[in-house]
Design a protein around this ligand. Sequence first.
Ligand code: NAD
Length: 235
Amino acid sequence: MQSSKSVAVLTGSGVSAESVVPTFREAQTGLWARYNPEELATPEAFVRDPRLVWEWYSWRRELVEQAIPNSGHEALAELERRIPSFALITQNVDGLHRRAGSQSVIELHGNIRRSKCSREDVVVEPREGDTDVPPSCPSCGASLRPDVVWFGEALPRDAFAEAFDAARNCDLFLSVGTSGLVQPAASLPFEALHSGVTIIEINPDETPLAQHADYALRGRAGEVLPVLLRAAYGG
Ligand code: NAD
């Protein structure tokens, strides 16, 4: 890390777990315990029951708005300030990396705070005073939906191309708080691996990447990342 000139980081929902944003597995609590998140985050679910899906996202949006970036997000923002070429690729839709001060953020799966028209695929804000659930598009009247990538949908092409380039051309790749089960994001550390990049993984649990990583650090992002930064740069 001390000698790296170019670093790419892939984060998943685990990096926000300490900010009390539930990972998908943890999201099966309370009111939503009887729903499988992977079945709510799909285009089919939205067609079947747009109100249910919109309300689930409203609940998650509220959690995200109350959440505060944690020491893991902050350590990654600090790392960016020390590395000449840096890309933070995130699967998270919560915007916490930017709120922690990260600048070069590639959002692979969109952002939960934005909405888009389900017909025209353009980002729009709901009209003020619109009481429909979900609200309707101010220009065409179709339902609005969250501007996130659902299971079965393609990733924003430019964002993925940028992430792919960053993974192949960096000299150090960190995979933090991701189960490595959601494609195509999960392929990025393997792209880095095939390009001879050094891989560090940070996760309290075993993942498919662990056995391939140069270093698999078992622990929480909010604990491990600050220790790693202190070890590399002091302070
Ligand atoms: P995932 O739920 O599949 O996996 C989370 C991973 O984080 C697990 O491997 C778990 O062991 C690990 N983890 C838990 N606590 C941790 C901690 N404190 N520090 C480090 N790691 C920790 O999540 P995923 O891999 O991101 O993929 C699932 C999908 O979930 C993605 O498409 C993502 O967009 C979406 N999602 C995003 C958010 C968010 O924006 N915060 C929340 C839930 C789901």
